[in-house]
Write a protein that binds this ligand. Structure first.
Ligand SMILES: Cc1cc2nc3c(=O)[nH]c(=O)nc-3n(C[C@H](O)[C@H](O)[C@H](O)COP(=O)(O)OP(=O)(O)OC[C@H]3O[C@@H](n4cnc5c(N)ncnc54)[C@H](O)[C@@H]3O)c2cc1C
Ligand SMILES: *[C@@H]1O[C@H](CO)[C@@H](O)[C@H](O)[C@H]1NC(C)=O
Length: 419
């Protein structure tokens, strides 16, 4: 794994620097130019962009391949950028990322479709919220939003029931696996190396550089959670991008010497999906109710092979211990009991939903920075200006619309750290 990756990675500057004294004396060390922690869509996109701009990148991923975390457990929706407060990172990176993503998919033949999306008010009491979304969407630079009367939207979607609706023509869906596969290929073609089965268990700051503590994932399978766990290997990069998704906060807390005060608390909210069976596809647009606490509401998404999914709901869960988090040992089971709550939610806008049509699908976990009942937090991108550690970028709370924003996040980082 890592040794092999390092050999193929480097030569030019990845020279063994032997073992100095101190707490980590005797442990093999290696320097590197850029290390990206995590091969989710964000880590991969950042690695590719930095590599295209001349940096030499090593991606360190705990799992045995890329994209096994949240990046393959989401709605695969290309969001327009409506919901997020004007001037937030979520708003600007989503709008920019959406344009980059459509362009990328068109140029490379990545399966995607601009389906459009209808956000529905199912009672008169909800209409002001719809108008609020229209305003914030316009402020975020989305020009094509259109309010419709209930009957107009029901003409477009005969199975739909609502009193008023907001049409977002620029929303769509993408095959996230094909997208990631393409990014990985391009990154590898510009001298990016991927080291799978390789976990970053922490780090420390020495001589003003962050030294990363590395451990082979398979040695961590038994619920080891020793904060004193000694690394098998130390990497000393010039630049570290912490794109560890659900683990980004707990990992940053294990970088000894970083100002803990600036690290937010991590919260986790699982979202389950159910698939529609025994019925032909009822909708051609994505259908969303109004957002709820912690999520966007149990909505209808379609995938590119025509499967209709409902979800995700919101279930706040406790985190797991650090090592289990790094190796993604969360509980992703979808209990069929949860469908009881889905039927009434969905019937508010899809009254013809028949009993027994929902089958457990999959689930994903949102890496959140605010807890139940609290307003959503923005993405957090922390660099030296904030935490004082040169050459460290923490990407925290990259929940939805992180997939849509990935190419814009990559550009934002690369514009600051390209050669
Ligand atoms: C239910 C749900 C629905 C969503 N729907 C949408 C949507 O429709 N549209 C949209 O734009 N966004 C959506 N999102 C958000 C989107 O999926 C995420 O923002 C995005 O996938 C985050 O990518 P990432 O690379 O930051 O994280 P991840 O995909 O989680 O990748 C992090 C990687 O880091 C690795 N890792 C973790 N710890 C370590 C360590 N210590 N050492 C080495 N490697 C480590 C993990 O194995 C993982 O591969 C949704 C999210 C959820 C949960
Ligand atoms: C990663 O680990 C898995 C399971 O332990 C193994 O099957 C796979 O070959 C390993 N991959 C690499 C690249 O070493």
């Amino acid at each position: 794994m890592l040794r092999r990756a390092i050999r193929s990675y480097g030569g030019t500057f990845a020279r063994a620097i032997g073992s100095a004294g101190g707490a980590y004396g005797g442990i093999p060390k290696e320097t590197a130019d850029v290390v990206v922690i995590g091969a989710g869509v964000v880590g991969i996109a950042v690695a590719r962009e930095l590599a295209l701009r001349g940096r030499e990148v090593l991606v360190v991923e705990a799992a045995s391949t890329f994209g096994t975390g949240t990046s393959s457990r989401n709605s695969e929706v290309i969001h327009a950028g409506i919901y997020y407060p004007p001037k937030s990172l979520k708003a600007s990176l989503c709008v920019k990322g959406r344009k980059l993503l459509y362009k990328y998919c068109c140029e490379r033949g990545i399966p995607h479709r601009q389906t459009g999306k209808i956000i529905v008010a199912t009672s008169f009491a909800e209409i002001p919220k719809l108008e609020h979304l229209l305003r914030s969407g316009k402020e975020n630079g989305i020009e094509d939003l259109r309010l419709m009367e209930g009957f107009q939207s029901m003409q477009m979607e005969p199975e739909l029931q609502c009193v008023k609706a907001l049409l977002s023509p620029s929303s769509g869906i993408v095959d996230s696996h094909s997208f990631m596969l393409s990014l990985v290929g391009e990154a590898e073609n510009s001298r990016t190396t991927f080291s799978y089965n390789t976990t970053v268990i922490g780090g420390h700051i020495e001589d003003n550089f962050l030294h990363l503590h590395i451990y082979e994932s398979k040695g961590l399978q038994d619920g080891t959670n020793d904060a004193q766990l000694l690394p098998q290997f130390v990497l000393i990069p010039r630049l570290v991008i912490n794109a560890a998704g659900l683990s980004a906060v707990p990992l940053a807390k294990r970088f000894h010497g970083i100002n803990q005060g600036i690290l937010p608390t991590a919260y986790y909210a699982r979202g389950c999906y159910f698939t529609l069976s025994k019925t032909k596809t009822p909708f051609s647009h994505l259908i969303y109710p109004l957002p709820e606490d912690g999520g966007l509401g149990v909505h209808v998404t379609l995938d590119l092979i025509g499967i209709v999914k409902f979800g995700p709901d919101v279930e706040w869960i406790d985190g797991v211990d650090d090592i289990s988090c790094f190796t993604n040992r969360f509980n992703y089971c979808v209990s069929s009991d949860r469908s009881e709550k889905f039927y009434p939610e969905i019937r508010k806008y899809f009254p013809n939903l028949k009993d027994g049509c929902l089958e457990p699908g999959y689930s994903g976990i949102r890496p959140k920075l605010s807890g139940p009942g609290k307003p959503p937090k923005d993405f957090v991108i922390q660099d030296e200006d904030i935490h004082g550690v040169p050459g460290l970028v923490n990407l925290l709370g990259i929940e939805s619309p992180g997939l849509t924003s990935s190419l814009a996040i990559a550009q934002c980082i690369a514009s600051k750290y390209s050669k």
